[in-house]
Design a protein around this ligand. Sequence first.
Ligand code: NAD
Ligand code: UGA
Length: 465
Amino acid sequence: MRIKSICCIGAGYVGGPTMAIIAAKCPHIKVTVVDTNESRIAGWNDVDVSKIPIFEPGLSAVVAEARGRNLFFSTNVDQAIEEADMIFISVNTPTKTYGLGKGMAADLKYIELCARQIAAVAKTDKIVVEKSTLPVRTAEAIKNILHNTGNGVQFQILSNPEFLAEGTAVSDLLNPDRVLIGGDSSAEGQEAVNALVEIYANWVPNNQILTTNLWSSELSKLTANAFLAQRVSSINAMSELCEKTGADISEVARAIGMDSRIGSKFLKASVGFGGSCFQKDILNLVYIAKSYGLHEVADYWEQVIIMNDHQKRRFATTIVSTLYNTVSAKKIAFLGWAFKKDTNDTRESAAIYVADYLLNEQANIQVFDPQVKDAQIQNDLNYLGSRSESENRSGISCAEDAYQACQGAHAIAVLTEWDEFKEYDWQKIYDSMQKPAFVFDGRNVLNAEKMRKIGFIFQAVGTGK
Ligand code: NAD
Ligand code: UGA
């Protein structure tokens, strides 16, 4: 079966970039990305392609090439479903905020809505692809909904989890370590798997396209994120021990990373991992393990989250204790708000939790992030609900640039590892601050020796005093 038309439901951080690359690499396939969020779709259709709603290096060029040729963004979900041979579901699967599994399980209401809409609209056979990250065995529920419509349409369900990381989405999509496709073992299931393999084969070498059964594919995605997050919590746990003992976490990371069994990637100590997925996916894994009565398995993975929360809190308390146990009415500059560099995404960013802690201590915070604006920062804090909107507005604001943010500040907290932070005129920044001037580098981006030479009292995660 040769796919001619694809629909992707969900024009977010995954749906947008993933479909842009498929469209760029497969000009013979019409790709329509749909979303119920009108302003998001309007953003994707903005004539000024630099204004697309997601900031990712290289993405606007890919969109500019394919948009209007074989890549379309629309709010007409029904029409796109009807026209497509293959439908990707790429909607959000956040942690449940209500009812059974509140705070742990994945909320699958958006997935179910998509399945019901596909069932209601489809008049011809479709391959439905799970692109969102889902609990293992979700395909079973989707199958049930689709197969009980009574309209005679045949559906095949595939699992094709996405492994891209934000900030490097385009290169991750162009050169993936692997593409994973799970499907049914029946002849029809294998035909559907092959149809998706054929799409990726336009640019991914065959030996990097892995096919498995549905449940292995679904569970591999949660497992990959759990292992990655676990590495960050492991190195962060050691960073605390480094601070007590005089060992330097960067040196420890380098030393262990040269062991080829451990590997050197993902060993950067930090103020804690953020992003929309690590925490949600591990909580989901913990919930699934508990629901099968596997309490030791659940406790094991939950520790990754407990460590991460500890690291964020520890960073904030260190700032307060170092500043003579009070930050009340003191200006603290935040460099960075996004959860990592090269993205405008702030979901679950460690910066939000550090700010929340410091605002409770009555600090005045001024933030500079190259891609995040004041409205987003206020939203993030209002969503936490610790303070009223006006209290947040008076406690935290956004600066035009880093120099303004740091002017008159008692301390700087580096919350995102933007490359440009290394290039600033740090002498000028130091001169404009209250003395003694402190830098707390939560992302290990600045040069400790250089900072100390300038006169800063410098502290980075894991490097000790
Ligand atoms: P997102 O919130 O950025 O985008 C989801 C979009 O789906 C939203 O724009 C929303 O309006 C839309 N949507 C929800 N229900 C809809 C419906 N019924 N009809 C039409 N549109 C609907 O989320 P995201 O970051 O793109 O993540 C999507 C999924 O991919 C999640 O399961 C996530 O775990 C997974 N994932 C994310 C990343 C990442 O880097 N963000 C990477 C890999 C996997
Ligand atoms: C992560 C995974 O890397 C992707 O493979 C996956 O597809 C995605 O989650 C997802 O499912 O959403 P992402 O969250 O975009 O990608 O970014 P990462 O590079 O993994 O960083 C996550 C967080 O960990 C960031 O806050 C980052 O600063 C932090 N981190 C990462 C560290 O603190 N230390 C490290 O060594 C690496």
